[in-house]
Design a protein around this ligand. Structure first.
Ligand SMILES: [Zn+2]
Length: 393
């Protein structure tokens, strides 16, 4: 499939042709394109979102792999890594196998998952042989961190101590976040850091860190819609978190969908979580168009650094890289979700300056500005799949 487009090639924006199958086969100046995107915007590597909850299974009423990854491509995301707190949870080998199979069948993006901490080291070793991205360490798992500590796999930390789970929400202080970082070691990535101090501490301990757009933009926890874990911090912490755009390795959404009826429950009872998988990329490129961020820094946050942290190959438009692209145009619009089962988020009507015009996964148009198509994503951790994709199959 030949695409003609304006794209970033070896540090320069150029116009030319890309022959894209599973991976980029060839780049050259001229061609007779199958699809000409050169007037649609700038073609860039699609984003990686390292922190999403796609629900499905017994929670298919909240979201499914199909609706969640459809929302992802609407937001320019070409790869999602899923968290294990599904029902049933992915905390053992067999469930991990069936979840990977389920994702393989239904994901419209590239995909993998972080497995939960299993019961013992043997099980952790067996699970590490699967094409998973690593292990997710929730606050309640900190006591059994030793089970995954020696694994080569990446450990993603939800940075709060277990005490946070039993605390009243207004007592869920950010020191609980900082304290949790001292309880882990090895190859660790700290997700949804709510404060700049967390990111700086993570760095000083040799870890990497991400932050979400809701911990930056949502003005306090006011209702069920803005209820999330760890909680949104006060205005001072949120302003300081702006520097995370220059200091954190990457951004993630923590897309955490719940049903309308659940979010309509009394504040004390409603489940925490914000569904924003499609918000991050257009928001970050809006900052580029406003000259707040450089294009290079945006790509570092959205795709190059996630790829590095995960240990997979994405983030450049060069021969051999996956053919996962997003076409971004400068256009004013107001945000709302399109394909998710969640229709209300705290980002609704947020004014954006960047719009996703096309998303391409493994060489195929999966979103064209109107519709999402049933394109099949690949698991970049699956070696067999990787070899297959290199031959363009
Ligand atoms: Zn999460």
């Amino acid at each position: 499939m030949w695409y003609r487009a304006k794209f970033l090639y070896k540090g320069e924006i150029t116009e030319g042709c890309i022959n894209a199958f599973g991976t980029i086969v060839e780049i050259r100046k001229e061609c007779r394109p199958d699809l000409d995107l050169s007037n649609e915007g700038l073609l860039l590597p699609a984003s990686i979102d390292m922190h999403v909850h796609l629900r499905d299974w017994e929670q298919a009423y909240k979201e499914t792999v199909v609706t969640g990854t459809s929302e992802a491509v609407f937001g320019g995301v070409g790869t999602v890594i899923e968290m294990p707190n599904t029902v049933p949870p992915v905390r053992d080998y067999d469930t991990a196998v069936s979840r990977l199979t389920h994702l393989d069948r239904y994901a419209r993006t590239d995909f993998s998952l972080f497995a939960g901490v299993p019961k013992d080291r043997n099980e952790a070793e067996r699970m590490a042989s699967l094409p998973i991205a690593g292990f997710k360490v929730f606050p309640e798992d900190l006591e059994s961190f030793h089970v995954v500590a020696s694994s080569e796999k990446l450990k993603v930390l939800h940075p709060e101590v277990a005490l946070a789970n039993s605390s009243f929400r207004n007592m869920r202080a950010y020191w609980m976040e900082l304290a949790s970082l001292y309880l882990v070691h090895g190859r660790v990535h700290v997700t949804h850091s709510t404060s700049l101090d967390t990111i700086r501490l993570a760095k000083s301990l040799g870890f990497t860190a991400d932050f979400t757009m809701h911990h930056l933009l949502v003005e306090g926890e006011r209702d069920c819609l803005s209820k999330v874990n760890p909680p949104i911090r006060d205005a001072v912490q949120r302003r300081k978190l702006l520097l995370a755009f220059y200091e954190a390795e990457l951004v993630a959404s923590d897309h955490a969908p719940h049903a309308k009826e659940e979010k309509a429950m009394p504040y004390e009872l409603c489940p925490p979580g914000i569904a924003g998988v499609s918000f991050t990329t257009p928001f970050v490129f809006s900052l580029v168009f406003k000259d707040v961020l450089s294009l290079d820094r945006a790509l570092d946050l959205l795709v190059r650094n996630p790829a590095k942290v995960l240990g997979v190959t994405y983030g450049e438009i060069e021969e051999g890289y996956p053919s996962n692209f997003v076409v971004i145009a400068r256009e004013s619009w107001r945000y709302s979700t399109r394909f998710s089962k969640v229709t209300q988020t705290p980002f609704d009507l947020y004014p954006l300056e960047a719009r996703v015009k096309y998303t391409i996964v493994r060489g195929k148009v999966v979103y064209d500005g109107e519709d999402v198509y049933p394109v099949k994503g690949l698991n970049p951790f699956a070696r067999a799949v990787r070899v297959k994709s290199l031959t363009g199959a």
